[in-house]
Design a binder for this molecule. Structure first.
Ligand code: FES
Length: 218
């Protein structure tokens, strides 16, 4: 993370790297469904500590296995890995189509994921191992706030992320828009699809040598 003289004072909704929110290592989940925008992201740290649903388990090393069977199209599940919020989305056909829409792609800073912010098996148009399941580390690459998820709606079927701190916008693949203060796409963690209903976060079958420490910025 770059140093910035204008760096804001850390707050619960705008954590900075190394802050307490980053160091927590709690395995829990929150599903964000339709109509949950903005405030859901701000409420995330509190929901995370209160939610009683545990559908993660420890895998090898520091990986976690997540049961995504309950995830419906358009919804997002939030889990914690290495103290970071990790967003797991089940994408609709409309969400996937938006990732190739020229009007959107031309407004993105790094549409082809040329900057190392993801493993090799997520260096593709959908930035994930399989197109239908997206996995992103929910830390804005500007100053570390947690972006909020706007679920697909009848007016906007593509879905997107918005950072509540300084307005950076990301598409559902975590690709940042050019006019945003965030310089890079949201990081993608190493992911292995264990089955259609279970995801391992922390290990990449398609890029086993990948280390999250090697990315440009988190
Ligand atoms: S932290 Fe500044 S735009 Fe996200």
């Amino acid at each position: 993370m770059t140093q910035d003289a204008d760096r804001p004072t850390p707050s619960p909704s705008c954590p900075i790297p190394g802050g307490g929110a980053r160091r927590r290592d709690v395995l829990s989940t929150v599903i964000v469904g339709a109509g949950c925008v903005g405030a859901c992201a701000l409420a995330y740290p509190f929901l995370d500590s209160l939610n009683g649903t545990k559908n993660t388990s420890l895998g090898e090393d520091d990986s976690i296995d997540v049961d995504i069977a309950a995830l419906r199209p358009g919804q997002q599940l939030v889990v914690t890995w290495r103290g970071w919020p990790v967003f797991i989305q089940k994408r609709t056909p409309e969400m996937l189509a938006s990732l190739k829409t020229a009007d959107i792609v031309q407004r993105l800073r790094d549409p082809d994921s040329k900057i190392l912010q993801q493993p090799k098996d997520a260096t593709n148009w959908h930035r994930s191992v399989v197109p239908e399941i997206g996995v992103l580390i929910g830390i804005c690459t500007h100053l570390g706030c947690v972006p909020s998820y706007a679920t697909p709606s009848p007016n906007d079927k593509s879905g997107k992320y918005s950072c509540p701190c300084h307005g950076s916008q990301f598409d559902v693949a975590g690709r940042v828009y050019k006019d945003a203060p965030a310089p890079y796409n949201l990081p993608v963690p190493p992911v292995t699809m264990l089955s259609a209903t279970h995801v391992r976060i922390g290990q990449s079958k398609g890029d086993p040598a990948f280390s999250i420490a090697s990315i440009q910025q988190i």
